[in-house]
Design a protein around this ligand. Structure first.
Ligand SMILES: [Zn+2]
Length: 398
């Protein structure tokens, strides 16, 4: 049996069985899987044997209770394979190795001294080399990268990154693959954060979700029927909120990103400090950062709260527009600002409620991101895990 080709029927059946064990059913027996994927018990037994042999799944220990032996449940094997993910966030790359259930096994940080593509990509390669040498257990031969900017799904290039002022195409996937000889899967860093949130953040109750990550940039992801919609080129951060608004790095005026990302937050705070010298004087910590403003707001500083209210307005307008288009059941506010500010999320909740109809408000929940510091790197690693079957069987085909 040849396992190398993705369009091979055997491969597709194996993928279906793996997906069923991963997300479809809770600790299913072979009989339940057979029913779920529409294959015979014998076929499932053969596929399960292969997946167990390749350490992708394992049998759960069961005790015999009552009459007869219960079917042995199959679960994902989280003991053998690890995959490496990386994500760029304010002045550093964070690297993680996770197991097949998304648990972090190893974490590593590499600081970045400038926002030029050369520096950022150079430090990325340095960190990937480190992870490759230090990853415990067996490493799946691929990297997942949470990169800044708009990513071209076909080529893995960074198309542009307006929040960093990058206008030229950066062939980041090619650079990594040439340097490491391993595959690389590139996803926008905020979209990666959303992926970690959806997969590991306890959102099984919702199938249609909207994730908005707020940091130095703003990017979002849309999940319809549990699947990430088109992993790349839509740009929620560049929805125009106010055609007369501030200039955005993309050349348009009044984009969501220009009005509500960290730079807009800090700009609003600085303007107020200039006009009212007592503004934000409860802390003399400088320079001002989004993290500082979030922290002060949590400590009930009214000036810091006013700054977050200022960016909550354009974010709520964007959310209402999206609710009117895709009607998600759940909206998650993440990224460095969303994950760290309950106050911001509460403001957005109130402002969204004011703009939607009652029945719409009844059908949506707005929650705060829970993934924190490592979310984006875990999500990037998980993006590479989507290809684990072909990567592992490609390594060891028989
Ligand atoms: Zn823009």
């Amino acid at each position: 049996m040849q396992w190398m080709q993705n369009d091979d029927l055997e491969f597709i059946n194996s993928q279906n069985v793996l997906t069923c064990i991963e997300t479809g059913l809770d600790k299913p027996s072979r009989a339940k899987i057979a029913k779920y994927v529409g294959l015979s018990r014998t076929a499932i037994t053969l596929i399960a044997q292969r997946l167990i042999k390749h350490h992708l799944i394992q049998e759960l220990e069961t005790t015999v209770n009552g009459r007869g032996r219960p079917g042995t449940p199959l679960v994902i094997d989280d003991t053998y394979w690890h995959v490496v993910g990386a994500s760029f966030y304010s002045k550093r790359w964070l690297f993680v190795a996770i197991n097949l259930l998304g648990k972090i096994i190893l974490q590593h940080t590499v600081p970045v001294s400038a926002t030029t593509p050369e520096e950022i990509v150079g430090r990325l390669l340095e960190g990937l080399d480190y992870m490759r040498s230090n990853c415990p257990g067996h490493m799946i031969p691929a990297f997942g990268i949470g990169a800044p900017g708009v990513i071209d799904n076909e080529t893995g290039d960074i198309f542009r990154a307006d929040d960093l002022g990058w206008k030229d195409i950066i062939p980041i996937r090619t650079i990594i693959e040439q340097h490491t000889g391993m595959k690389a899967y590139i996803i926008n860093r905020y979209r990666a954060d959303g992926l970690a949130e959806i997969r590991y953040g306890n959102h099984k109750d919702a199938r249609n979700l909207l994730y908005i990550g707020i940091g130095t940039g703003i990017a979002g992801s849309i999940y319809l029927n549990g699947e990430l919609m088109n992993s790349t080129k839509y740009r929620l951060g560049h929805m125009v909120i106010d055609p007369n608004g501030p200039m955005c790095g993309c050349g348009q005026k009044g984009c969501l990103q220009a009005m509500a990302a960290e730079i807009a937050l800090i700009g609003f705070a600085e303007k107020n400090i200039h006009q009212h010298p007592g503004f934000l004087s409860s802390s003399n910590e400088r320079p001002l950062t989004g993290a500082l403003i979030c922290r002060l707001a949590e400590e009930s500083d009214q000036d810091a709260q006013a700054c977050l209210e200022h960016i909550a307005t354009p974010i709520s307008i964007a959310i209402c527009t999206l609710v009117n288009v895709i009607a998600p059941e759940k909206i998650i506010i993440g990224g460095p600002l969303g994950d760290n500010s309950r106050y911001l999320v509460e403001c957005i909740r109130i402002k969204v409620k004011e703009r939607l109809l009652d029945w719409q408000n009844n059908e949506i929940t707005i929650t705060q991101g829970t993934r924190g510091y490592s979310g984006s790197a875990v999500g990037a690693a998980s993006f590479a895990l989507d290809h684990k079957l072909e990567l592992i069987l490609g390594e060891d085909s028989d």
